[in-house]
Design a protein around this ligand. Sequence first.
Ligand SMILES: NC(=O)c1ccc[n+]([C@@H]2O[C@H](COP(=O)([O-])OP(=O)(O)OC[C@H]3O[C@@H](n4cnc5c(N)ncnc54)[C@H](O)[C@@H]3O)[C@@H](O)[C@H]2O)c1
Length: 329
Amino acid sequence: MLNIALIGFGYWGPNVARNIHANPNLNLHTICDIKIDRLEKAKTIYIAQTNYEIDYKKLLDNSDINAIAIAVETSGHYNLVKEALLAGKHVYVEKPFTSTVAEAKELEELANKLGLTVHVDHIMIFHPVIKKIKSLIEAGELGDILFIDAMRMNLGQIKKDVSAMWDLAVHDLSIIDYLMDGKEPFYISSVGEKYYNPKESLCFLTLRYEGFISHIQSSWISPLKERKLIVAGTKKMVVFDDMKVSEKLMIYDKGVNVISGENAEYNDYAVKTRDGDVWIPYIKQEDALYNSINHFRECIEQNKQSISNPNQAIRLLKILELADEKMNK
Ligand SMILES: NC(=O)c1ccc[n+]([C@@H]2O[C@H](COP(=O)([O-])OP(=O)(O)OC[C@H]3O[C@@H](n4cnc5c(N)ncnc54)[C@H](O)[C@@H]3O)[C@@H](O)[C@H]2O)c1
């Protein structure tokens, strides 16, 4: 049984703790937070079932602990990941991996040198609906992909150390990376505004990939909460609405047909839209965070690379860094 200690029990840390605790093959060894009130909160949930610690260095010195899960603010990731690796621990870290590509590359090299697993929680690629969309693409059901549009907006939680793009669009970039087998864009454009924050709280990112284009909207100042993804292919189009409780994925047999030659009524060719059936496939409910953490466990036990490894994170961070440059020009 692997012993995992969690650093950071703020907004997201409790979800990580719950899913480690729920895994019969993992032991939530210790919860650590520098804030006493957060530790007190954790104690009301786990009582004597785990240990509590205010100083993360004590976790690094404890040889019973095999792995560290990091759920602190993004600006704190790099130092903690580095220290945990140097202490010989496997690392699970929240997205975005680090604040720069250079930091990510350094950590990737360090993990490889030490033979330790680093898993970045790109949670969406462990979501059952995203896995279903991937299987539809691989089976050729959607045809050639034309565009991928994503919307991730809500009111708050406005962060100080990252922009809405680094916080939210990173999910959509990880989805595109996963669905399109690590394809990288050859053109990036972005605009954003720094409302209420030293970093952008409203961002629009446009990407051109070989064969398809993508538009990603990220916002912390929207009256509505939206989590929507459209993947449009030449044969079928799918819409994933993560705000729905059930029936999150709709498959549309809709598209555009180009009719040429003698069959075109008036001209050389005709372009006609095609409206067909709509399906709602059955998808077994699974917790994406549980899947992500369980994948981390399997990678450690089987000594294999996570599908959400630093290299994947670097591909996403490269896009975010370039988008920042464009935004600030
Ligand atoms: N995967 C997801 O869908 C998802 C969702 C939300 C947040 N996140 C990520 O989770 C991370 C945390 O976000 P949050 O919203 O919970 O932040 P938060 O500010 O609410 O919580 C961070 C906690 O970490 C603690 N902390 C910071 N440095 C520490 C240290 N050195 N030692 C011990 N404790 C320390 C703080 O006291 C705080 O309680 C971020 O990287 C964020 O991007 C991921």
